[in-house]
Design a protein around this ligand. Structure first.
Ligand code: HEM
Ligand code: 2DC
Length: 467
């Protein structure tokens, strides 16, 4: 017989007390390890209440399948109140990231066609490939300048620029110029604002932003400043395209923004809101995933050679056709999935379920917030054998992948930037593997820290050498 909702193990009776012990454990920065610990204590399902937010947590792929079957027509994630509070405060529209219900769906359907449908890949690839080539040229220049035939650095700053240049080129159909020596200080400010925005969001997951605003707390003020910087820069880019739209550039792909404006199916305000979200969502996510991937390849030199072999072979057999080449690099794609397994951007996926479900023999009523612990699942030995090992081959066709590859979320509410992210990251690895060997000094393992997204807790130093 099915057990009652109230029988689910966990600490969910006293939100304030739990918030206190969470804070004492430094849980704000360790949410991923706290979740892992909770699964070890309570088993594959537990209930929790921290501050004002209550959820049921699950970890198994089979249970994820049940969760996503109950997400309904308008899937809804945990509401990040810091983000909605800012928009309300400044009277700015929600884009797809924050919309819900029919308003979300109607916007999302139109955006899907321009941003994630397979037909747009052909438009994105040449743009993203050019950015990849420019990154290689930039690294070569840096190596030359050291006079040592190699370059040792914390690549994160370069990767942020690469990511912004990439997403900018597909959104606006033109280059921002971030692969040059002297970059627009406003673009650098935009990058800094995104990091600050994420960092100031995490405490507000547990302490209501409305309260912090009333007491004039610094996190709230910093958060507003960060979003202001993000919106100002995005507005400048959008205005720039809007002004030059009439210029005849027949034949060339004009970018996502111009395509949406010409399509004329969304209001300009809706377009602006979602383009801003895409631009802001496209920086830290892919750059950090690429940094972790280079880190893993540096730790596994033999694997790095194997991937290089695959890339060289794919280049030869596709004769300069990049779309073809992208179909011939299964191990590179496996490496990216493996990175997201061990170092996911999102600690969890969440949905408010729209029907009653049974998970691990417990009844869960419709309306409950259910979280899949993505970080914990990636490290669960009953889901991935030898989970501590970085093995891209576990993602080859022959392996069981049922509800295991969820780094970008699932279903109609999955990551809208997924195609851009995947293509941009694959092209990056192709170019890097074709041109450089990546090495690192011996050092203890780098762990993750939670700043809304998971980030390396300390700088990762890598050495790049020309082949
Ligand atoms: C949503 C992951 C890159 C824009 C999401 C979600 C995840 C995610 C897990 C929530 C999905 C769900 O609830 O099912 C990632 C990862 C990335 C990445 C791992 C790179 C490695 C990007 C990029 C962009 C972007 C490059 C923009 C170009 C968005 C947007 C949403 C979203 C707009 C909200 C979609 C909606 O609510 O309809 N992402 N993302 N992401 N992501 Fe990404
Ligand atoms: C953070 O408990 C932990 O892709 C919370 O590109 C639950 C939660 C809710 C929403 C998640 C968030 C977590 C992590 C960051 C995500 C976000 C949804 C979208 C966002 C996964 C897991 C991200 C990084 C977007 C950001 C776009 C943007 C304009 C800021």
């Amino acid at each position: 017989t099915v057990q009652a909702f109230s029988e689910i193990p966990g600490l969910w009776k006293n939100g304030v007390a739990n918030l206190y012990s969470f804070w004492k454990l430094d849980g704000f920065k360790n949410i991923h390890r706290v979740m892992l610990h909770n699964f070890n204590t309570f088993g594959p399902i537990y209930r929790e209440k921290i501050g004002y937010y209550e959820s049921v947590n699950i970890i198994k792929p089979e249970d994820a399948a049940i969760l996503f079957k109950a997400e309904g027509h308008y899937p809804k994630r945990l509401k990040v109140e810091a983000w909605t509070s800012y928009r309300d405060y400044r009277n700015r529209k929600y884009g797809v990231l924050l919309k819900n219900g029919e308003d979300w769906r109607s916007n999302r359907v139109i955006l899907n066609r321009e941003v994630i449908s397979p037909k747009v890949l052909g438009n994105f690839v040449p743009l993203l490939d050019e950015v990849g080539q420019d990154f290689v040229a930039r690294v070569n220049k840096k190596i030359e300048r050291t006079g040592q035939g190699k370059w040792t650095t914390d690549l994160s700053h370069e990767l942020f620029k690469y990511a912004l240049e990439s997403v900018g080129s597909v959104l606006y159909g033109e280059r921002l110029g971030l692969m040059l020596d002297y970059i627009d200080p406003e673009a650098q400010h935009f990058i800094d604002c995104i990091s600050l925005m994420f960092k100031t969001t995490s405490p507000m997951l547990y302490i209501p932003p409305g309260l912090l605003r009333r007491v004039g707390a610094k996190v709230w003020r910093d958060h507003v400043e960060a979003w202001d910087g993000i919106f100002n820069q995005a507005d400048r880019c959008i205005q720039n395209i809007y002004r030059t739209m009439r210029q005849d550039r027949s034949g060339t792909y004009p970018g996502v923004l111009a395509s949406l404006l010409m399509l004329d199916k969304l209001s300009i305000e809706d377009i602006k809101a979602s383009i801003t979200e895409l631009m802001a969502g496209g920086v830290d996510t892919t750059s950090i995933t690429l940094l972790w991937t280079l880190y893993e390849l540096a730790r596994h030199p033999d694997l790095q050679e194997e991937l290089r072999g695959e890339v060289v072979g794919a280049r030869a057999s596709s004769q300069g056709n990049m779309l073809q080449m992208l179909k011939r690099i299964p191990l590179v794609k496996g490496a990216l999935k493996e990175t997201l397994r061990l170092h996911p951007v999102a600690v969890s996926l969440q949905r408010y379920i729209t029907e009653d479900i049974v998970i691990q023999n417990y009844h869960i009523p419709s309306g409950t917030l259910v979280q899949l612990g993505l970080y914990a699942m990636g490290r669960d030995p009953s889901v991935f054998r030898k989970p501590e090992q970085y093995l891209p081959s576990r993602w080859l066709r022959t392996e069981n992948q049922y509800f295991r590859s969820l780094g970008f979320g699932f279903g109609p509410r999955q990551c809208l930037g997924r195609r851009i992210a995947e293509t941009e990251m694959q092209l990056f690895l192709i170019h890097m593997l074709e041109n450089f060997r990546v090495e690192k000094q011996r050092q203890v393992e780098v762990r993750s820290t939670f700043e809304l997204i998971l980030l390396p807790e300390k700088p990762i130093l890598l050495t790049l050498k020309p082949l």
